[in-house]
Design a protein around this ligand. Structure first.
Ligand SMILES: C[S@@+](CC[C@H](N)C(=O)[O-])C[C@H]1O[C@@H](n2cnc3c(N)ncnc32)[C@H](O)[C@@H]1O
Length: 341
């Protein structure tokens, strides 16, 4: 029997359950459009239910739950997101990816540990969308920084595994002469990208194709690309097709476009290194991120592994960078600019 104050120990033991539910409900707050509606105009529970066609009683319980966790507040029947919630909203991409994309996956980890079990599935659309939402903090600044090392004018680029396409939209807005071709094999993520490109009014500069990286090699090209981006995607090809698949893709694209610059972004697997895994950012994000790569068909690797692959493909590392220290000081996410030797 447990000795001493049982309630205190029980409350401590229940904290992971509290945060498990809280993360899911914060995801729903964003994903249902409730947050955006509350930011846009003043609402009572009843007017919010009408505006979004929601069940008023269920919505009442949902919002009261969030109020008790300090995520929304009620003042004179009006419900508003708290400042804490508005701050979290800046980082909603992490909720889209980890909860929208992988919450169901995490619930099946027990099953997949069995010998001979299949890889677990995920929600491909939410993975693509979430990763894109996160990219304004990691991938976009990284690629912008490495692009400045390309010694020519860039007018056309390929984004392989482009998810929701935010990356191409951001670049085409920033560089008015730039055009892009986005390749995305997940049907729902591809459709989300088509819609995002249309909403941005960039259909005349961004073309989308529903295909994988290796399928792209079979496609006809109308224009020669100046550079290609594979952002958190080589890990996917490595899981699906093995090392040969990654080499086939890189050498295949270089055979067609020998002067192509290639920008690779990856995350290094250091799940076994105690010191880095005690870093607050590693515990808040990378530990769970690593776990999902062990149970889905994706494979993270160390930097040396990727450098050996580049060597085998006759690719030279022209520049290398890490995510801004102010965002993530672990140096676990890195980026290479590559060109044929
Ligand atoms: C983690 S998301 C990254 C999305 C985006 N590149 C970014 O940086 O935000 C990985 C993307 O790669 C796509 N993908 C998976 N397998 C692929 C393959 N064989 N070829 C190209 N893309 C692939 C997925 O559908 C998903 O959209």
């Amino acid at each position: 029997m447990i000795e001493g104050n049982i309630e205190q120990k029980l409350v401590e033991a229940l904290q992971p359950i509290r945060y498990h539910v809280l993360a899911s409900e914060i995801y729903h707050l964003f994903n249902t459009g409730i947050y955006d509606q509350l930011i846009e105009s003043e609402h009572s529970v009843s007017s919010l239910a009408t505006a979004l066609n929601l069940d008023e009683r269920k919505l009442y319980g949902f919002l009261k739950y969030l109020a008790n966790e300090g995520i929304v507040e009620f003042i004179d029947q009006i419900v508003r997101p708290t400042q804490k919630c508005q701050q979290i909203s800046e980082f909603r991409g992490w909720y889209t990816l980890m909860i929208g994309g992988y919450a169901k996956t995490y619930l099946q980890v027990g099953e997949t540990l069995k010998l001979g079990s299949e890889w677990l599935e995920r929600d491909g659309k939410q993975v693509g969308v979430g990763s894109c939402e996160m990219s304004k903090f990691d991938a976009i600044p990284l690629v912008r920084s490495l692009m400045s090392n390309i010694p020519k004018d860039c007018q056309y680029f390929l984004d392989i595994g482009c998810g929701e396409g935010l990356f191409m939209i951001d670049f085409c807005r920033a560089f008015p002469d730039l055009q892009a071709w986005g390749i995305e094999p997940d049907k729902d993520a591809y459709l989300a990208a088509v819609e995002a490109v249309q909403q941005a009014g960039l259909e005349d500069r961004i073309v989308m194709t529903n295909a994988s990286a290796l399928e792209l090699l079979e496609s006809p090209f109308e224009t020669e690309p100046d550079f290609l981006v594979v952002s958190f995607v080589l890990q996917e090809i490595l899981g699906q097709e093995g090392e040969e698949g990654v080499i086939k893709f890189l050498t295949g694209i270089l055979e067609r476009f020998p002067e192509l610059y290639i920008i690779v972004i990856e995350v290094e697997d250091r799940i076994d290194q105690k010191k880095i895994m005690s870093h607050n950012m590693a515990l808040a994000y990378y530990n769970a991120y690593y776990l999902l790569h062990y149970v889905t068909n994706q494979r993270l690797e160390k930097q040396e592994f990727w450098e050996q692959i580049f060597e085998k493909c006759q690719l030279e590392v022209k520049a290398k960078d890490f995510v801004d220290q102010n965002v993530d000081s672990t140096e676990l996410t890195f980026c290479y600019l590559l060109h044929r030797k």
